[in-house]
Design a protein around this ligand. Structure first.
Ligand code: GDP
Length: 193
């Protein structure tokens, strides 16, 4: 079935965004690492299933082995379903993502968010980065330019509006994301003709 997948570290606001997209209630702000298996829901505005994958990365109270297992499961799921995934949405926290990426960039370390972004693209899955919690970001353009830079996209971010979607899920401000996702969906429909 045609599918849109959501990936992202825990606590970036994935549950909040899912609630906005589907009208379904989710356990937000709950215990990190609770979503452990892919969950499928109907996206009300469009005719496909939206899949919430478990949050990855550091979660207090979740052991390192368990975290690695979660990540492996996510990668396997994406590989197995790449052909039917229409769009991948990588959700990040706009307030902290650049700092987290920079902190985890090292000789043999690739930050999760950067890794996932490239992994989805390698699988030929059109990817949108939902930059959430923009209500907490003052220097909006600067921050989004930095994020582009870290993801290997040449700034300014405004050139990448199909890929970079600033949102504030908590206030229901997700137009930019819906717009970007639709652009990819319609581009694919045209290709199918
Ligand atoms: P998840 O772990 O990724 O599913 O994250 P949640 O949806 O549970 O959200 C984690 C925390 O971030 C909660 O306290 C949310 O209220 C908060 N949050 C979610 N979206 C936003 C947003 O757009 N702005 C702000 N300031 N906080 C948000």
């Amino acid at each position: 079935d045609a599918e849109v997948v959501l990936v992202g570290r825990s606590n970036v606001g994935k549950s909040t965004l899912m609630r906005e997209l589907t009208g379904h209630k989710f356990d937000t702000g709950g215990k990190p690492g609770v979503t452990r298996t892919p969950n499928h829901y109907d996206w009300t505005a469009e005719d496909f299933v939206i899949t919430d994958l478990p949050g990855f990365g550091f979660m207090s109270g979740v052991e390192a082995d368990r975290q690695d297992q979660i990540k492996t499961d996510i990668v396997r799921y994406l590989e197995a379903h790449a052909d039917s995934i229409l769009v991948g949405i990588l959700v990040v926290d706009g307030k902290s993502v650049v700092d987290i990426i920079d902190r985890h960039t090292g000789e043999d370390e690739i930050p999760y968010d950067v890794e996932m972004f490239h992994f989805l693209r390698e699988l030929d899955v059109p990817t949108v980065v939902a930059v959430n919690k923009m209500d907490k970001v003052d220097d909006r353009d600067e921050r989004l330019d930095e994020l582009c830079d870290r993801l290997g996209l040449l700034p300014p971010w405004k050139q990448w509006q199909d890929t970079i979607a600033p949102i504030t899920a908590k206030r229901g401000q997700i137009d930019a994301l819906e717009e970007s996702v639709r652009t990819h969906l319609h581009a694919q429909k045209r290709d199918d003709l």
